[in-house]
Write a protein that binds this ligand. Structure first.
Ligand code: HAM
Length: 421
């Protein structure tokens, strides 16, 4: 095996202890809040037909045209590793029909985008995302934002900024892009090459070009609401009003356009100043999909877990240790006690106690060291003498106190101190 086969692909990472404990904590807390808002988990395949993403996200978006991992499988089908989760959820909703037309679904898992890796930009990254299906309703948009902020708060993250904008009614998109193009046309020659290409295919994307010269030009462009119908403006006002009502501070950023084509009405991003160039922690918005003659309205968001962890570490230094603690470690002081100790460990584990035991006949000292390493709360020690007496020594590892107990007393004591059934 060459040394390169020991490495993951560029832009992809192994996640192991102690980091994995923080990941598990974030996932647990995220799920807890999502359940409080009535969302149910959905797990979709990581590999889909590439045409799904092209149709749902848009052919001209960077995500699809430049970053998608697509290839032909052995049967010659063009498939792609999912670059995000919304398209797959929409496929499921469209296939399910009325059953999911009011669905509240969330997902959690790896996404793939073949971008140039840098801090906060990975080729495999992980999202927690949520989609609330249903007719446009400003209250649903505000609730979705509130949910996202509650997840951030459950994770102990603050200092972020919520930026909002509106893309208006999707049925009036032509008026919007037309107005923007008319405004930009006299300046077309001054825009960067990318923007000159985008001008026809996806004029809205010019608004978030990173080129400093394009930025300057765009500063003079009026907000998109200028070309929107009164209903779309009223919709946006209602969302902002409801956010005020919920005491959620936000900033209107009229240049905010998202990198995916499916958005309609409200869009938002949450950024964090600790993150540097890739500062978006979360992105979301309302959308309308037309898939296989079904129209699906909904609102949703996704949060990038790698960036969340970067922000937490930047804020708190070493984050709190979330490693699960071993409750009991069974130590065999004499080989004659091993078989019965193994049975004891099994009995405790069957009752749901996390329990460690040495299987290799190591010395007493090494077993005690292993118990320390496992951060065991209690140690049960059994050697020749205890075997003869039919007892066990139970030691409280925090206080150092120990007592000698027979089996029923030991189980009773552990049941009480560990609150097990
Ligand atoms: P997105 O803005 O493309 O939206 O991605 C959401 C979040 O995923 C970003 O804010 C960021 O934290 C993280 N992310 C994206 N690309 C990378 C990367 N290369 N490396 C690390 N993290 C990354 C969506 O994906 C939409 N599906 C969100 C949505 C759901 N809108 C409505 N429903």
């Amino acid at each position: 095996m060459g040394s390169d086969t020991l490495q993951p692909l560029r832009g992809m990472s192994d996640i192991r202890a102690p980091d994995v404990h923080l990941w598990q904590h974030l996932e647990r807390e995220g799920r807890r809040v999502l359940h409080a808002y009535g969302f149910e988990e959905i797990r979709t395949p990581t590999l889909e037909y590439a045409s799904l993403f092209r149709r749902a996200i848009g052919d001209t978006t960077d995500v699809v045209s430049k970053e998608m991992y697509s290839f032909r499988d052995r049967g010659g089908r063009e498939v792609a590793l999912r670059p995000e989760g919304t398209a797959s959820v929409m496929r499921v909703v469209a296939a399910a029909g009325p059953e999911l037309m009011d669905g509240r679904l969330y997902y959690l898992g790896p996404m793939f985008r073949c971008e140039r890796p840098e801090a906060g930009r990975r080729r495999q990254f992980h999202q927690i995302g949520a989609e609330a299906i249903g007719e446009p309703n400003p209250a649903a948009d505000a609730e979705c934002i509130a949910l996202q902020l509650q997840i951030l708060s459950a994770w102990g993250l603050d200092g972020y900024q919520l930026q909002l904008n509106t893309m208006g009614d999707p049925d009036h998109r032509e008026a919007l892009t037309g107005g923007l193009r008319d405004r930009l046309r006299p300046l077309l020659g001054e825009l960067c090459e990318d923007c000159q290409r985008r001008f026809e295919a996806n004029a809205l994307r010019v608004l978030d070009c990173k080129n400093p010269h394009c930025r300057k030009i765009v500063e003079g462009v009026p907000p998109l609401t200028e070309w929107m119908c009164p209903d779309s403006r009223a919709y946006f006002d209602q969302v902002r009003d409801l956010l005020d009502q919920l005491d959620i501070g936000s900033e209107w950023n009229p240049r905010l356009v998202r990198g995916l084509d499916y958005y309609a009405q409200t869009v938002w991003e949450i950024t964090h100043p600790a993150l540097g160039a890739q500062d978006a922690l979360c992105g979301g918005g309302r959308y309308r999909f037309s898939l296989d003659s079904r129209v699906i309205d909904g609102v949703g968001f996704a949060m990038g877990l790698e960036r969340i962890i970067m922000a937490l570490k930047a804020m708190n230094g070493d984050p709190v240790d979330h490693a699960p603690r071993t409750q009991v470690f069974v130590v065999t002081q004499h080989p004659s006690a091993f078989r019965e100790n193994l049975v004891l460990a099994q009995t405790l584990r069957l009752r749901g106690v996390s329990c460690g035991i040495d299987l290799r006949g190591r010395s007493f000292r090494k077993q005690m060291r292993a118990a320390d390493k496992a951060r065991a709360q209690w140690v049960v020690i059994r050697g020749e003498q205890e075997m003869e007496e039919g007892t066990f020594v139970l030691r409280n590892m925090e206080q150092g106190a120990q007592e000698s107990l027979e089996m029923p007393g030991l189980l009773e004591r552990l049941t009480t101190v560990l609150s097990i059934r």
